[in-house]
Design a protein around this ligand. Sequence first.
Ligand code: PMP
Length: 407
Amino acid sequence: MKPDQQRGGVVPLAARTSRLRSSAIGSVLRLAESPGIIALAAGSPARELFPNAAVQEVTDRLLRDDPDALQYGDTAGLAPLREWIATRSGTRLGTDPRPDHVTLTHGSQQALDLICKTLIDPGDVVVVDRPSYLGALQVFRLFEADVASIPLADDERLDALSTALRGGLRPRFLYVVPDFANPTGATLSLLQRRRLVELADRYGFFIVEDDPYGELRYDPYDRPGLPALASLSDRVLRLESFSKVLFPAARLGHVTAPAELAPVIGMFKQAADLGNSGFIERVVLELVTRPGFTDDLVQAARLLYAQRRDALVAGLRRYFGDKLDFAVPGGGFFVWARFPDATNADDLLTRALTHRVSYVPGTDFYAAAPDRATLRLSFSAVGPDQLTEAAHRLYLTWAERQDGVVR
Ligand code: PMP
């Protein structure tokens, strides 16, 4: 460091650091870890579903038999795993991606970063739903995007979006979680999907389809879901992740991009980290190609999470009655709720922690003009009895505020 950079004891930082907010996700995860707290804050998968024994078996075998298990690999990702992903997309989604249009990323979170590097200059417009995934908002802000939040899932005909586009809004891309969104649990209807790709075609923007929860569908879990946006248009960059169904410590996600973007994303990936862990990629490949392994895991996850969702929903209904509004999500990890009496969920959080229950206030999920009466409750990592207890604790927290008791 140059001596003149240390004047006054303050190290000058790059201008973009002024856009960093104290990490909302970081503080959420810390809350979740505090002892004695029933954590409805972090959206972590159920540890009961982690395939520890299978990972151990595969790891032992690879280390014994594969001389390249610990070697550098292809920076865009292990070729046979990209082939498996392309084939599975074909059978699951009816898309027909080429394996070289798939880039493996460090979680789907990194895919968001690489996409912004590829498409966003400062001031470019990115459209997001209102509310939207806070981890995505964080990335878009760092790239100095002009984030336009427009209701999508709540707007059956996407009138607000078409009006904005007709009025001259020109996004580089629109970011959306079409199935069981974080934080709302909402799913785009078929009509909304069709409208969205129509608008993308007419106004020439890309769609970033982030789909970590699509397979975690609970009502009914044995029927296919709605078509992926990627199956309706070739203007879609589709993100998926092994975090929710396999295990998040793999830090393995992927982006499937249109032909003109995939090589650029691949170059940014190379520059960022020379590729994911080839060892983890091999472990994941071995697991997912075992006959029936992924389908069994998805099936077990659907049953377990549906039970947890039902427990939280029943607890909230039992304790709050009509004092809390929420829709029952058909999948995913979250119940998105709102106090109809406009109780401020930011203010209530400290008191909730004294009652040993955590949640994420809705504020951080809004790019602008937050509705502070909203909150996100994750049911994924907590057992049914604890979820009932959490609903009770939340109610006590809220009721105490009503009585004006300060502790
Ligand atoms: N997108 C959405 C909508 C998410 O909910 C998450 C995880 N909370 C991610 C992306 C990032 O997941 P990962 O990096 O573990 O794949």
